[in-house]
Design a protein around this ligand. Structure first.
Ligand code: SF4
Length: 280
């Protein structure tokens, strides 16, 4: 197994106007967050992004669409884009992230070059209704099961700092244990006055405790630090890796800018860590 830090990048291929009311998400149409909204980014532009991120060492590339679920149009677009990237010979692990999805649609994505599906449980089952009223947590869990049934790799994690208790955090991690995803994104909520969740962004100490707990519950998973990394930790991120992080989202996030990819790669290497060169 490659013990280096796995780099994964994201392309928000269809942004905003989501019917759902997830209180932590800037893409919900229920809140006025001022994000850029568009449908189906030009495929050539997505391919160019994939080529660029690959040059920085990204091994994973995730195609994300906003919205509750994977409809026929999105399915076709993702399948075509994934195939285009694979046909380009980029040798990237392609992940799709399109919300609720049935097993047949997910099998179709797999046939067209998608390797994994990302669908986060986000938080504990019992806490979820406090942050989202338009769809049930159960639907999220079922989609994760569908991804596994379709033979896709599963990437599923959550977001910390929504006002959940430590008990809720443990419940989330127990649910993830059942699914046993190969990759687990760890996000930290960033306070945004346009969103209904009023929690302050976590202090680094508490965020690190969340990472330690996640590593304890999911010892074999690729634990990937995602949204909130820069806001919570600034450029002092070494402790994240000491607490069990072994994967990083490189480049921009869905609606916010990340640090320059080369700067992040240099930072990781300055901690004496290698960058992974293989998905296995
Ligand atoms: S369903 Fe996804 S895109 Fe829509 S508001 Fe919730 S997290 Fe955001």
């Amino acid at each position: 197994m490659d013990n280096g830090i796995f780099l994964c990048s994201i392309s928000n291929v269809s942004s905003g106007n989501c019917s759902e009311d997830c209180g932590y998400c800037a893409q919900s149409s229920h809140y006025h967050t001022g994000i850029e909204k568009y449908k189906f980014k030009d495929m050539q532009a997505v391919l160019n992004e994939a080529r660029t991120l690959k040059q920085y060492g990204a091994l994973g590339f995730c195609l994300v669409t906003a919205g509750r679920g994977l409809d026929d149009k999105k399915c076709e677009y993702i399948a075509k884009t994934a195939k285009m990237i694979k046909d380009d010979g980029l040798d990237l692990h392609i992940i799709a992230c399109c919300g609720r999805a049935d097993t047949d649609s997910l099998k179709y994505l797999k046939q067209n070059g998608v390797d994994s599906y990302n669908h986060n449980l986000e938080t504990a089952k019992d806490f979820f209704p406090k942050i989202c009223t338009t769809h049930p947590w159960k639907e999220r869990f079922e989609t994760c099961e569908n991804a596994l049934s379709a033979g896709l790799g599963l990437c599923s994690g959550g977001i910390f700092g929504l006002g959940e208790s430590w008990g809720d955090r443990i419940e989330l991690l127990k649910s993830l244990q059942i699914l046993s995803p190969h990759s687990v994104p760890v996000n930290f909520f960033i306070k945004n006055p346009a969103l209904p969740i009023v929690q302050n962004t976590l202090e680094p100490e508490e965020a690190l405790e969340c990472v330690v707990l996640a590593r304890e519950f999911l010892p074999k998973a690729r634990l990937m630090i995602a949204g909130g990394r820069e806001v919570v930790f600034g450029r002092e991120q070494k402790a994240l890796f000491e607490c069990g992080i072994n994967a990083v989202v490189l480049g921009d996030y869905l609606t916010t800018k990340g640090d320059a990819p080369q700067r992040d790669v240099d930072m990781i290497r300055s901690y004496g860590l290698e960058i992974a060169t293989s998905c296995h």
